[in-house]
Design a protein around this ligand. Sequence first.
Ligand code: NAP
Length: 307
Amino acid sequence: MRTERAAVTVLGLGSMGSALAAALLAKGHPTTVWNRSAHKAEALAERGAAVAATPAEAVAAGPLVLACVLDHPALHTVLDPVAGSLAGKTLVNLTSGSPEQAVEAAAWARSHGAGYLDGAIMTTPPGVGSPEVMFLYSGAREAFDTHRATLTALGDPLHLGTDPGLASLYDAGLLGLMWATLTGWLHGTALVGTEGTPATAFTPVAIRWLHTVHTFLATYAPQVDAGHYPGDDATVDVQIAAIDHLLHAAAARGIDNALPELLKATMERARDAGHGAGSYASVIEVLKGAVGAADSAGATSTAAGAR
Ligand code: NAP
């Protein structure tokens, strides 16, 4: 069995880039680092990193180049001058961006003879290196397979597909899920807080509730794929009645109700399109923009078929 670890280059040593390099060093990978502001490499040098004076020197150090800078314009600022030396190497871009930027970066890398993986880091810097944390990748499967063992040093690597934009697309969707969940939790925390319940008391109950909510996702995903929403657990009509209790309790206590009002309005649009007797999963028809006045007959028949 091989015990030596593959060499890795990390470009960008902000909060996240430094965590990536530290995780690689902790797993024994010879790691070469570069950052625009050189002082950020000092702590990593003490842990054994080789510090490159220029991006060119860093890229020359090995076959795998991880980049994690602020955004895609910064990525090009760093990489454009060294594009000629990327041939035969694999660029793993962990800089956040849009799916379109990922597709553009993949084409740019390909035009310079480099393999390309786009990545999304599903944690904050302290989580890097944990085997439970997901790192989402998309792009060339061969590049992923070649470097998978090295990428495992950062977290659990998931390859989503060869379209380079997929990791960014999942990232955007998952961040939306996170913000909606966190804001819902904070709304509930504010609500019970008006009666003196501290967040630390409410949160364990909220976490248990999330365990139940996640089973709803598993139930509803096949319904979404089938476009068929049997309301045999709880209907949209029932949810609309229930959310009024939340709106009332929060308004009576002076809590901002923008989030539940938006949720109620969205449910009402699903109901108005004929999904009142369908499950909550039917709300996706509103989100997809598929429910318009002209389309409501079809939507109604879907909901009716569900009854
Ligand atoms: P950060 O601490 O602000 O670091 C930004 C990095 O980008 C620094 O290395 C900075 O260099 C470099 N940079 C910015 N503009 C540059 C330019 N024009 N030329 C060269 N280098 C430039 O940010 P971060 O938290 O590490 O985030 C880096 C990336 O990871 C972002 O795309 C972010 O969305 C993504 N990400 C972060 C997290 C997180 O929790 N932090 C989670 C997931 C994904 P200097 O040090 O010289 O300023």
